[in-house]
Design a protein around this ligand. Structure first.
Ligand code: PBG
Length: 325
């Protein structure tokens, strides 16, 4: 009858038809689950702004890890919340720091688990900045030395991947050299290459007690308005030896994910950050949106944009939902 328009609806006719032409899939293997560890015993402190997320002491970590492993999740990223902070963040690279202990414990109990160490100083410094501060300025090169020290201590504890997130220039090459010199040339670097100075990190700073005590992070994290800068950052990190590139946050940066994926032939990781988690939690708790459908749509959009892996606080829920299908 008509040849004036195309009948796209033919391919949407039934659930099976839609499944046959579906282009993007989520897999449990795509998921990286963030874990917050604290000192002390029998601590399971709920993070107020992130319902369902807890700071855990090491004696309760085993239970959590068992759940993660049973759900089929292959990788976790560990954040430490130390009891003591100081000017130089010395707990970040202490041999018996909270993260080093947590990594050792996870690898002892679950040797197959791919343990990623977040390598930064902000949770460990009393001023809350990601590097050394002098006269109100975050210094670049002196911070690199401490970051490299932190990475080596995490590798010694058994970390499988080092994920530096402090956004100092040259952090990948500094860490690569330090790891190689310490005999860890086999340990990959998952760089937070493209990390924006984002308002979406608010709830995380609640979880990790890492708010800057003065100023903000805009002299080291990127301006959300910039696209080409993201490509320059990613390019440098690739040249310096990064094995994975992270784009963070994810939801407002799907265009950046696509560009990074198209430009660089390495696995790209989205960090589905705390604010993205809390918005969905808050709206769904109010009955305004359906949590499961929204989360699956959001993560599918990240994969469609080009990511290979996603760091997400929803990892356990998603693994459950995928296994129910
Ligand atoms: C530390 C760090 C931050 C996040 C991960 N590592 C926050 C920040 O830069 O203040 C944010 C993660 C999230 O919001 O989920 N540099």
């Amino acid at each position: 009858m008509n040849t004036l328009f195309n009948r796209h609806r033919r391919l949407r006719h039934s659930a099976n038809m839609r499944a046959m032409v579906r282009e993007t899939f989520l897999h449990t293997e795509d998921l990286i689950y963030p874990i917050f560890v604290v000192e002390g015993e029998n601590q399971k402190n709920p993070v107020q702004s992130m319902p369902g997320v807890y700071q855990l002491s090491l004696d309760l970590l085993q239970e959590e890890m068992k759940e993660v492993v049973d759900l089929g999740i292959k990788s976790v990223i560990v954040f430490g919340v130390p009891a003591h902070k100081d000017e130089v963040g010395s707990q970040a690279y202490h041999e018996c720091g909270i993260v080093q202990q947590a990594i050792k414990q996870i690898k002892r109990e679950y040797p197959e688990m791919v343990v990623i160490a977040d390598t930064c100083l902000c949770q460990y410094t009393d001023h809350g900045h990601c590097g050394i501060v002098e006269n109100g300025v975050v210094l670049n090169d002196p911070s690199l030395e401490l970051l490299a020290k932190t990475a080596v201590s995490q590798a010694k504890a058994g970390a499988d991947i080092i994920a530096p997130s402090n956004m100092m220039d040259g952090f990948v090459v500094s860490i690569r050299q330090a790891l190689d010199e310490a005999g860890f040339e086999h340990i990959p670097i998952m760089s937070y290459a493209v990390k924006y100075a984002s308002a979406f990190y608010g709830p995380f700073r609640d979880a990790a007690h890492s708010s800057p005590q003065f100023g903000d992070r805009k002299t080291y994290q990127m301006d959300p308005a910039n696209r080409l800068e993201a490509l320059r950052e990613a390019q440098s990190d690739i040249e310096e030896g990064a094995d994975f590139l992270i784009v963070k946050p994810a939801l407002s940066y799907l265009d950046i994910i696509r560009e990074v994926k198209d430009h660089f032939p390495v696995p790209v990781v989205a960090y589905n950050v705390s604010g993205e988690y809390s918005m969905i939690k808050a709206a769904s708790q109010n009955g305004w949106i359906n949590e499961k459908d929204t989360v699956l749509e959001m993560l599918t959009s990240m994969k469609r944009a080009g990511v290979d892996l996603m760091i997400t606080y929803f990892a356990k829920d998603v693994a459950k939902w995928l296994s129910e299908k």
